[in-house]
Design a protein around this ligand. Structure first.
Ligand SMILES: *Cc1c(COP(=O)(O)O)cnc(C)c1O
Length: 327
């Protein structure tokens, strides 16, 4: 839909305040799930990221591998075993996860960003490694649960990331961490740990002291009734999120995402967001409009402090920004 010129100007002016606020501030964008298998959505989201970087904001992309990991594992005859919702990762699986994330997903995103006129760099080689970790230890009834090479991030190379963002280059980071202790110098492919992409993005946002963490998914945001998109929650406090988990309203795949947001907020990240990446330019709409399009999760008090004008806008039924439909 073509906007009238005066409407275009007001859209740009609405963005001005946000651009001023986010200039030289980190915004961590997690791209994952089935989006990674949708080149059209991914390409539009990368355009949004390029817009941010060009405007002097410091976006950092963290990504998972989508369905490609399942396909490649299945082709190699590996039976995927899930332990507490996590992919049990033996060395053969780890090799596939690392190969798909680095050589397929990450390379595609970096090349696509370049094709779209952006400057991007994949941070995952031995020389340009930004995430370091250790094995994740989960316990159930006092017993340690074996997850193989599943890890958690312990350190983020903030200086390395800032060197790139401050030069206008977009860091693109796969959800892998380097376990220095098990790295074998004669084998550059060794030492990787498999990290849940939401958790990895939250750790990156926390250690960067990011302004925002945006989890881009393939659902509209947090819904009270999963079958009814009019129950989308535009703004939730941490406390309300904990209530919704305790009462079973937020369930399954949404729980780790909410927990990643809560962790990032506890570590001082300004705001966290969950948005539907199937909507064209979802990221720009979320960051540069007063109502946003998905769910924001904010620290206690913040949510009540939403300016009166935004509250009115948020309260509008079926807030249908510019008539945008999923691609
Ligand atoms: C209110 C809201 C925003 C805008 O918040 P700002 O503080 O103006 O950035 C963005 N996204 C969602 C989902 C919102 O509910």
């Amino acid at each position: 839909m073509e906007l009238a010129p005066e409407r275009k100007a007001s859209v740009l002016i609405e963005a001005l305040g946000y651009l001023r606020r986010f200039r030289h501030r980190f915004i961590v964008v997690k791209l994952g799930g089935s989006l990674v298998d949708n080149p059209q959505s991914l390409s539009q989201l990368l355009e949004d990221v390029i817009f941010l970087a060009t405007a002097g904001v410091w976006p950092v992309v963290v990504h998972g591998g989508g369905k490609s990991i399942d396909r490649t594992s299945a082709a190699a005859g590996i039976v995927t075993k899930k332990v507490q919702g996590r992919r049990y990762t033996d060395p053969a699986t780890m090799e596939i996860v690392a190969r798909v994330l680095r050589n397929e997903t990450n390379s595609w995103m970096v090349n696509e960003a370049k094709r779209l006129g952006g400057r991007a760099v994949g941070l995952h080689s031995a020389a340009l490694q930004s995430l370091f970790g250790e094995r994740l230890v989960l316990k159930e009834k006092g017993q340690i649960i074996d997850l193989g090479l599943v890890g958690q991030v312990t350190r983020v190379d903030v200086d390395l990331i800032r060197d790139f963002t401050s030069a206008g280059v977009i860091p693109v980071i796969p959800s892998l961490a380097y376990e220095t202790a098990t790295h074998d110098h004669s084998n550059p492919e060794s030492g990787w740990l498999n990290i849940n992409a939401d958790t990895a993005a939250a750790a990156v946002a926390a250690q960067l002291g990011a302004e925002k963490l945006v989890l881009v998914t393939d659902t509209p945001g947090v819904l009270i009734d999963r079958k009814d998109t009019s129950t989308l929650q535009p703004s939730l406090s941490c406390e309300r999120c904990r209530d919704l988990i305790a009462t079973g309203i937020i369930e399954e795949g949404m729980i780790p995402k909410i927990e990643a947001c809560l962790e990032a907020l506890a570590a001082g990240v300004g705001k966290t967001h969950m948005i539907d990446g199937r909507l064209p330019h979802a990221l720009l709409l979320e960051i540069f409009t007063r109502t946003g399009i998905g769910t924001e999760i904010v620290t206690e008090g913040e949510s009540a402090a939403v300016p009166a004008t935004s509250r009115v806008l948020k309260a509008l039924p079926g807030k249908d920004l510019f008539g945008i439909k999923p691609v």
